[in-house]
Design a protein around this ligand. Sequence first.
Ligand code: FES
Length: 169
Amino acid sequence: MSRSTKELPAAAPLDSHTCDGCLERREVLVRAGLVTMGVAAAGVLAACGGGTDTPSEGSSDGSAGESSAAAGGALAQVSDIPVGGAISATDADGKPIFLVQPEAGTVVGLSAVCTHQGCTVAVDGEELACPCHGSVFDLTGANVSGPADKPLPAFDVHVSDGAVLAGKA
Ligand code: FES
């Protein structure tokens, strides 16, 4: 260190005597202060580095990208849904739904959460079948058989330029 002791604040009791040990102690205190500042600066830089890494971790989360795309985008294209049939999809929150096309150009949405105990119902030909306890629903959501005693709730959708969008038109 090339620091001179003249830069140090005047400490009358230490300057008034000739104790070499006191000067060494003062130099030690100065050096300790510089080391502390260096460690603190390194900590700040490390924290900044960590902050830079955080967004990249967030952007690598596939689910966040899917949610935002689903929130502002189409649930499906009408052409993806067979006339007289249904496809499985998910809403903007990732909940399972069905998109049914009972006649060309008309799309109806249904929740795919079974009204019995909440399993996800699947498309099974021209019916919707729950894999858990065997409830079966038709393409309007009405129960056909099984322990579920309520129909599948409607999920509002509308068609715009060939795309199926969430919500009423
Ligand atoms: S949860 Fe679907 S039939 Fe039981």
